[in-house]
Design a binder for this molecule. Structure first.
Ligand SMILES: [Ca+2]
Length: 281
C-alpha cells in the first residue's frame, strides 16, 4: 500500500500542466497561457506572442537546437521555438506585429500582412507580406535605405533561411551573420533589423532614421489573418464573417459616402457590401 501511494504521488508530480485550448488568441478572455494547435502559447490582447524581450537577462545567443525548440518563460521573456512557429503559421494565415522601444524610450511598431515560417527541410525560411507601421520597413526594404550604405536587396529578409552561430544558412558567403551579430535570425547579408542579437549591441536593433537603433524591448506577436488588410479601409464598417458552402466569406459595408485614404469609393450612396476575402472553412 505504501508503494502505491508513492507511485500515485510520483505520477501526480510528473503530470504536466494543461492549459485551456483555443482556436486563436482572439478567443482568450484574459491575457495568459493557452494551447493553440497543440502549442502552449502566451496570448496578449488577442495576439499570440512568439518572442519577447524586456531586459538582457535571458541569453539569446544560442545554438540551433535551442532556437528550434524555444527557450525562456512563456509569461516572460522567451522565444517560442521554430518548430512551434512553423506548426502555427502552417495551420493558418497569420499576420505579424512587432512592438519595440529603443534605448531612448521611443516606441514604434511594424506590421506585416503575412507571416509564415517553413519547416526544418527549408531551414525555417521566412515569408512576409506587405509592411505597415511607424518603425519603417527594415525587414523587407523595398528601396535603398537612407543612411545605410548597403545594397537593400541584400538586407531583405523575405525568403531568408534561419541561421544560428552553429548553423550558417545566411546570404553572406564571407561571414557567419549569426555569429557576428550574436543571435539566431533570418539573415540575408546580413540585416537592417534583428531582434535576437545581444542586448546593447547592433545585434538587437532596428534601422530607422538613418541609423541602427539599439532596442530596449521587443515583442513579436502573430494573429489570425481574419482581419488582414482591413485597417487601411478605415471608413468602412466592420467585417462580418459567415460560413457558407464550405467557404468563409468576409464582407464589408461602407458607411461613409466619401471614404478618405485608400478606402474604396461608395458609388453614390452610403451603403454597399463587398466580398473581400474568401477561404475554405
Ligand atoms: Ca554565411
Amino acid at each position: 500500500m505504501f508503494f502505491v501511494w508513492i507511485l500515485l504521488l510520483s505520477l501526480y508530480g510528473l503530470r504536466t500542466e494543461a492549459y485551456q485550448t483555443l482556436n486563436n488568441c482572439e478567443e482568450a478572455k484574459t491575457n495568459g497561457i493557452y494551447t493553440i494547435a497543440t502549442v502552449d502559447v502566451y496570448c496578449e490582447n488577442g495576439w499570440l506572442v512568439i518572442q519577447r524581450r524586456t531586459s538582457g537577462t535571458l541569453a539569446f545567443h544560442r545554438n540551433w537546437n535551442d532556437y528550434v525548440q524555444g527557450f525562456g518563460s512563456l509569461s516572460g521573456d522567451h522565444w517560442l521555438g521554430l518548430d512551434n512557429i512553423n506548426r502555427l503559421t502552417q495551420s493558418n494565415d497569420y499576420q505579424l506585429r512587432i512592438d519595440m522601444t529603443d534605448q531612448t524610450g521611443s516606441s514604434s511598431y511594424a506590421k506585416y500582412s503575412l507571416f509564415k515560417v517553413g519547416g526544418v527541410a527549408t531551414k525555417y525560411d521566412l515569408d512576409l507580406g506587405s509592411f505597415s507601421g511607424t518603425a519603417g520597413d527594415s525587414l523587407t526594404p523595398q528601396s535603398s535605405i537612407p543612411g545605410l550604405n548597403w545594397d537593400y536587396t541584400k538586407l531583405n529578409l523575405k525568403g531568408s533561411k534561419f541561421s544560428t552561430k552553429d548553423s550558417d544558412n545566411d546570404g553572406s558567403s564571407t561571414i557567419n551573420c549569426a555569429k557576428k551579430w550574436t543571435g539566431g535570425w533570418w539573415f540575408n547579408d546580413c540585416f537592417a533589423a534583428n531582434l535576437n542579437g545581444d542586448y546593447n549591441t547592433i545585434g538587437f536593433s532596428w534601422f530607422s532614421g538613418g541609423q541602427y537603433n539599439n532596442l530596449a524591448t521587443s515583442t513579436m506577436a502573430i494573429r489570425n489573418d481574419v482581419d488582414g488588410g482591413w485597417t487601411s479601409w478605415g471608413p468602412w464598417g466592420p467585417c462580418s464573417l459567415t460560413c457558407r458552402g464550405g467557404y468563409t466569406v468576409k464582407s464589408r459595408t461602407c458607411t461613409n459616402p466619401k471614404p478618405a485614404g485608400d478606402g474604396k469609393n461608395c458609388p453614390g450612396y452610403n451603403l454597399v457590401s463587398d466580398s473581400c476575402n474568401i477561404k475554405e472553412c
